[in-house]
Design a protein around this ligand. Structure first.
Ligand code: SF4
Ligand code: SF4
Length: 309
């Protein structure tokens, strides 16, 4: 006999914490009506830049039932990546904190699979899929609906006690679970992220023009040369950008992650500006062997570093 809904919900949440996830919240798997308008608007303004894949799977992005047959629940999970140590302020060539350690896709996928196996073992035959940046799932929206935080004016999910330096992942299940409710938006009158963004990518509160965002420019954009209009605006970021998170007052609550695989490679924080400028392919391979930075490949990272000088 199946466990009752509250019991199985708390079992899943407890297991998620045991696996090292920081927080777990649940939503009913439903059509995201409000988001449909926002997404359509965002795409119509070409804020996705050359991320053409954003135009695909519009319906699937908005309805988890198109990703998993008979989906009933979305389980959202957060994993803290705030590093124990950060790059020296005078390094002058910066990498986003989420990419310091091992590639989160692999670390999180292993945990998700273990959680899914646990559910099938403890609860019975449950259908579903695990997601970490791997399919059209609006992770921030689901985490918000599940009460894990609010989506701030910088478009990041902010946990009221722990800030925004989290990876977000999901399990979509054909299993009914007790849903959590959303929490309040605590941005208030603050505009720090909007004021601090080096490229003025936060075009209005809660709306980021992805095509101007340094994360897009340094990671997603595959052009051989970055657009000249951003030449003096990169704020020395060579991979990603943390400015709108670093200035957010809610991140004063960030605590270092206990996930050992997110620790930076031992040589990463020792790199000086000239080490970066003179980066060779061998050093790139050694530093980023298991890292998400591999996405840019050596020439992509070189392109970004050269653009800063
Ligand atoms: S990540 Fe950087 S460039 Fe992108 S919106 Fe935030 S501050 Fe602006
Ligand atoms: S910096 Fe201020 S406005 Fe921006 S997300 Fe944080 S609290 Fe909200």
């Amino acid at each position: 006999m199946r466990l009752n809904i509250d019991h199985r919900t708390s079992l899943i949440k407890q297991k998620a914490l045991d696996l090292g996830f920081s927080f777990c919240g649940i939503s009913k798997a439903d059509f995201l009506k409000e988001e449909a308008k926002n997404l359509e608007n965002w795409l119509s303004k070409s804020y996705n830049g050359k991320m053409d894949y954003m135009n695909n799977h519009f319906d699937k992005r908005l309805d988890p039932r198109l990703l998993v047959d008979d989906a009933k629940s979305v389980v959202s999970l957060l994993l803290n990546y705030y590093p124990t140590e950060i790059q020296k302020a005078d390094t002058e060539v910066k990498i986003s904190k989420y990419a310091y350690g091992e590639d989160y896709h692999y670390v999180i996928k292993d945990k998700l699979k273990e959680l899914f196996d646990f559910i099938q073992f403890e609860i019975g035959e449950v259908g579903g899929r695990v997601f970490v940046d791997s399919a059209p799932v609006m992770d921030k929206v689901w985490a918000k609906k599940s009460g894990l935080g609010w989506v701030g004016k910088n478009s990041n999910l902010i946990h009221p006690k722990h800030g925004s330096f989290f990876f977000i992942a999901e399990l979509i299940l054909d299993l009914e679970l007790t849903a959590d409710g959303p929490i309040k938006d605590y941005c208030g009158t603050c505009t720090r992220c909007i004021d601090a963004c080096p490229t003025e990518a936060i075009v209005s509160p809660y709306v980021v023009d992805g095509s101007k965002c340094i994360s897009y420019l340094t990671i997603e954009l595959k052009d051989a040369i970055l657009p000249n209009e951003f030449k003096s605006k990169m704020d020395n970021w060579m991979f990603g950008c943390d400015v709108c998170q670093d200035v957010c007052p809610w991140n004063r609550f960030s605590k270092p992650t206990s996930e050992a695989s997110f620790s930076p490679h031992e040589n990463l924080l020792k790199m000086s500006k000239s080490d970066w400028t003179d980066l060779t392919e061998d050093v790139f391979r050694e530093l980023f062997r298991n890292s998400a930075v591999k996405r840019t490949k050596f020439l992509g990272l070189k392109r970004n570093i050269d653009f800063l000088s």
